[in-house]
Design a protein around this ligand. Structure first.
Ligand SMILES: Cc1ncc(COP(=O)(O)O)c(C=O)c1O
Length: 398
């Protein structure tokens, strides 16, 4: 006997839950891509995306996932032989650096491990040592989805300014846009990238780059920008097809428009506050379980945790056993631990992640927590009491 039947809840850190409204927006016949309907729709999407990004500057949209916009950023801002600084706090900075290296960019990686944020002093030292200003950009991930650490992007700006260093500040907000407060212009970020499949609640396949005039001036010096990745026609298209350098992703645009409507209706401040409350509910429960067992939040300091994803350590092989049990018996899928151990290492089975990004509310979180508690009981994994009470307190008194 299992109690799995019913609506399945996939609580992985992206792609996230798609609202019924978003799904229904795609349930329609193909539009004529030459009609004004689609151009008008995109004309409403761009300003809304910029508002969520906190920028008055430029935006370019791509039919691409996060890897695609990583490459697009490199293609528009760097030349072969350029050097960048990559402060790494988990899997995703390494992924971006690998992309840049393949394109001939030299990456100086500062590895801060799997449980710590970027050390601003170490970045300051690296910038101070770069007297000739060979470092052309700092590539930083805002919320790393593997470790769930949140980095201090404002602090990075301050460090660059204090060093009077002209490098571009580039931020990966794949896991934070529409979840964690991030106001690009106010933070002094030159380039920001994000995707549609996490906080923006849209099926994977669209990526976005936001950039300011300083970054666009650098674009003017790039000699290798490919036709497809070039952000210039996309930022100010003379003809509609230039938004996407070809056929527009019609149904994703319908989906994205509806998702943006939902964010606008709730209000971005409320969206951020909801993510924070739900994250705190998870953390409170995990802390309580951890009082009597092996469960532990990967990032010890709450101020350094992202609000969209929580990385949890529970010891091998409890992580895999719990995930498998939840999926088979409760209809809940949690994310695998990412980048914590090699997949062929038994330690790999000691981690899991919970996605709480986008279309998530209190009952989904309380339901997932109740399911996890059931799993801990069923599998005999030691755990402290009071986890559900602690989470309920936070939902009751946000
Ligand atoms: C922070 C971050 N950057 C980049 C990526 C890569 O995005 P994609 O898997 O869409 O290529 C991800 C994916 O989860 C991510 O979380």
């Amino acid at each position: 006997m299992s109690v799995r039947s019913g609506r399945h809840y996939t609580a992985i850190p992206g792609p996230s839950v798609m609202p019924d409204r978003v799904l229904q927006a795609m349930h329609r016949a193909a539009p004529n891509i030459y009609s004004p309907e689609l151009a008008d729709l995109v004309g409403t999407i761009v300003p809304d995306l910029k508002a969520i990004a906190g920028t008055k500057h430029h935006a370019a949209m791509y039919i691409a996932n996060g890897h695609g916009v990583w490459e697009a950023v490199v293609s528009n801002t760097l030349n072969r032989g350029d050097k960048v600084l990559v402060p790494a706090t988990g899997r995703f900075a390494f992924g971006w650096a690998a992309m840049a290296e393949r394109m001939g960019v030299e990456c100086d990686i500062l590895d801060f491990g799997k449980r710590s944020p970027i050390d601003l002093d170490a970045v300051a030292t690296a910038l101070a040592a770069d007297k000739a200003h060979q470092i052309k950009a700092v590539l930083a991930v805002h919320v790393d989805t593997s470790t769930s650490v949140k980095n201090d992007i404002e602090g990075l700006r301050a460090v660059l300014d204090a060093a009077k260093h002209p490098a571009l500040l580039m931020a990966d907000c794949m896991a934070s846009l529409g979840c964690d407060r991030f106001e690009m212009d106010a933070l002094g970020v030159d380039v920001m990238l994000a995707g549609c499949q996490k906080g923006l609640m849209t099926p994977p396949g669209m990526g976005f780059i936001f950039f300011n005039d300083k970054a666009d001036a650098v674009r003017g010096t790039c000699t290798q920008t490919s036709h497809y990745w070039d952000w210039r026609p996309r930022m100010a298209p003379e003809e509609f097809y230039q938004y996407f350098d070809g056929t527009a992703p019609t149904h994703q645009l319908f989906a994205l428009r509806e998702a943006l409507n939902m964010i606008n209706e709730e209000g971005l401040e409320n969206v951020w506050a909801r993510h924070e409350t739900l994250a705190r509910a998870y953390w409170a429960a995990i802390d309580a379980w951890g009082q009597g067992g092996p469960m532990e939040l990967n990032i010890a300091n709450p101020a350094l945790r992202g609000h969209s994803v929580t990385a949890v350590r529970i010891g091998a092989s409890h992580g895999t056993a719990l995930r498998d049990w939840l999926e088979a018996e409760m209809g809940v899928t949690l994310g695998v631990g990412l980048g914590m151990a090699e997949p062929n290492d038994p330690a790999w089975h000691g981690f899991f992640r919970i996605g709480h990004m986008g279309h998530v509310n209190g009952h989904m979180v309380m339901g997932a927590l109740g399911a996890i508690q059931s799993g801990l009981i069923a599998l005999g994994i030691p755990h402290g009491p009071g986890a559900l009470d602690a989470a309920a307190q936070i939902c009751a008194n946000p």
